[in-house]
Write a new protein. Structure first.
Length: 95
């Protein structure tokens, strides 16, 4: 079982403020969770193979395609800006 100091340390790492009653509550709950992980660690998985029960999926993403944007969208973008100069968007100086 976790100590109160360990729970307070975990709460500090998680940036959670806990009252004394909450420390005791989480001491019991976190200990139960950790005990469950210890039980999982003791399971015999030697008969299991990687991927049992998990469907294997092939890569079904689309091919990359180059699309010409220059003439199609350039004028639409430039028409939506307040100030243009020589075919470029004019903005105020950043510095």
């Amino acid at each position: 079982m976790l100590t109160s100091e360990e729970v307070k340390h975990i709460a500090l790492l998680a940036r959670i403020g806990l009252t004394d009653s909450e420390v005791e509550k989480y001491r019991n709950e976190l200990s139960g969770v950790l005990d469950f992980f210890h039980e999982l660690g003791e399971l015999d998985l030697s008969r299991e193979s990687v991927g049992d029960g998990i469907p294997v999926k092939e890569n079904d993403t689309r091919e990359d395609r180059v699309a010409e944007f220059v003439e199609i969208g350039r004028e639409d973008i430039l028409n939506g800006v307040p100030v243009r100069k020589d075919g470029f968007i004019k903005v105020r100086s950043v510095f």
